[in-house]
Design a binder for this molecule. Sequence first.
Ligand SMILES: [Zn+2]
Length: 457
Amino acid sequence: AVLVMLDLVTAVCIHDKIKHEKPVRAVQQYASPYRRASSANVTASIRIQFDTTTVEQDIGNQVLYQYVKGLLDAAASMLSSAIRVIPIQGNLYVSRDCNYHWVSGQHVNECSSIVVDQTCGPWARVSNSQKDQATVWQFSSGQWKEVTYEQGTGVKDADLLVYVSAHAGDPTCTTSDTALAYSGVCQRDQLDRPVVGYINFCTSTLQNRHSSSPSQSDIMTTVHELTHILGFSRSSFAFFRDENGNPRTPRCPDAASCGPSDTPGYPPFSVDQNNYIVSDSTVQQRQERGLLVSRLVTPTVRYVSQKHYNCNSLVGAELENGGGSGTRLSHWEKRVFMNEYMTGNTYPGSVDIFSSFSLALLQDSGWYEINFDAAKHLKWGYMLGCAFALEKCIQDGKSQTPWCKNSQNDGLVCTYQRDALGYCGLDEYSQDLGASYQYFADPKKGGDDPLPDYCPF
Ligand SMILES: [Zn+2]
């Protein structure tokens, strides 16, 4: 059940509404040899640096700008207390984007022209001082000419550089009334760890923030967006590394062994899904409860899942199947994760939990070593067993704990955070719900949020 709160609405994440460009590789310097982050090699707390040039111009209003900076600083310090990386030696460099590559001839696959006004994300400009050196081959008057772009100074003390913007009228933001921000990856290093990304704050939502100190829920939303950049995204799963630092999703080594839409050295690419195809040793899909259920099945995530739900037959942690393209597969399933901070939406007054599930996912990417002491306990689903984790919330008219099945007329029940009373959130929809979501004799009746599979609580 949800406490009734006026003037507040459920905030939905729009991570997958953005078009995730194929990321560019930006080779960085590491103490050699560079391999999987683990206790076997030297790691340090991740240094997240923000380039706020664009957001400062976008916002103008100093109070609001300071609010955003407060969010970024709080989010970065929370993440760096939990996440360690093999640190970049010296400065971080942004790779120069190439307009065109030669498709044949002496300089095949080399760049023929560089992007001058390079951006990361839709709005933030990359300054020349941050860029790496690059060589371009031009052909004119029957002769090859080599053009070299000098290396800039780079970015100091950074393992991840995030460009920040807050563009008025951003078209992705206008698809949602409630989204605070969205984010994406621009560049990955030689082991595919995201090293350059962006976050765009939605001005229409920001403008409602009048306090000078950042709210806890906005901080957690910022941590959520940064976690998408760090690796919790359907566009990153195919890049995950195994225990030995090898790709979990096999890659074709050269053009001869690659399919027509694949790139040598990268995971297989699906044009239809506009995404890399992940191996089933990372994300497993199967039919359950009449639905196609996707689970992240990497070792630490599997272990944490089995312990949390007390269900040893669980192969992994369920990913969100609902919410259309906006939240699908880039979040934990709301039904079994509820207020974990990487679910696809947040209810008013909810406390987002920075749990060991999301940290386990980041550890299983192979790019990070995790300090699990930083994790907070998730109450939802704790020790409720396989039935809760695997079966429908209401079967044969009986609701499992903690689900409810009585309408508002039947009075107050425990809220999902189990610290107050509220009404069981049921709705009468205008159309029949999908067969897998029909829990009542009336096929139009169901929980008031689709993300937890229309389960009422
Ligand atoms: Zn999200």
